[in-house]
Design a protein. Sequence first.
Lengths: 200, 200
Amino acid sequence: MLHYAQSISILIAELGKLPGVGPKTAQRLAFYLLSVEDNEAIALADAIIDAKNNITFCSICCNLTDEDPCFICDDPRRDSTTICVVEDPKDLVAIEKTGEYRGYYHVLHGVISPINGIGPEQLTFKELLRRVNSSKFEEVIVAIGSSVEGEATGMYLAKLLQPLGIKVTRIAHGLPVGGDLEYADEVTLARAFEGRREFN
Amino acid sequence: MLHYAQSISILIAELGKLPGVGPKTAQRLAFYLLSVEDNEAIALADAIIDAKNNITFCSICCNLTDEDPCFICDDPRRDSTTICVVEDPKDLVAIEKTGEYRGYYHVLHGVISPINGIGPEQLTFKELLRRVNSSKFEEVIVAIGSSVEGEATGMYLAKLLQPLGIKVTRIAHGLPVGGDLEYADEVTLARAFEGRREFN
């Protein structure tokens, strides 16, 4: 049964493919886009097209970038002794937003997951190994979530890099700041105990 | 502080202008669009551009359409004695989806709201009046929500059309189907009493 003009149906269908956007939301977004000024809606379309045309992978850290090398790899003021390995570009952004880390990054674009057919060769370990071999990095910080796949990826990194004399560390797991002890799950709490530190 | 390549920042900003899309969701949608195949993301951009280029207002009912007259006004099998007046195109779609109504429509594109500076002349009453005068419509069904503005718009329609010998009705307000009496608000419940009907 046809309820919309064809261009509207297509727009709703395309918006409905976005993650977390159901049919009702897609309809609302479509009618919103139809209601705003032409240039406002076209700006979104252009932003999508530009991003798809301009964004590639940085040849050094494999992050998404519109210039190669990316603005992080291109920044000489960063700490050249550490690389932080993350699963995807969103994680890099989250770490950058803390303002705490001043080293370089490496984006794996996934984690080792045999059940999904993702082995080390599908990820960017080769590029990481090349960087570690050609520069004077001393520490690789693994900032990957603690799922089974994340843990396996961390172990793989340690086995790969420790023989090269690189210190491989991972970020602490524990109670979130402001988190209530009684609501923490057992695994997180166990990790928090494991990672306890002396007051100083 | 710069966390993204520029094209990504722009894409996130544009996505963030959509209703109900906050910064986190905008970021997630942007990275989703960057992760899918080029043609999939471009299809969304094209759908936006096509919709903005093709969609105009039907010269008869003022609904959004890509051909004039729209597919509803162009359908001779519809009941030519009734017009259903709605506030916006979304409402028309909601009514069409019930499959219960087989007459024509008229889209006002708003309701009378002096507080927002919207008077009858900003809406499509003129077009409605022309239709009513030039065709053999017998009934105008007001299918507008029961806000103060909605009520005022309904009253205005009644005053406008009743002198022309048109029956002006409004859809029933009452308890939603499946709705629990104890959770209904007083006004809805009062309306449900007011609109009670005999079993038959």
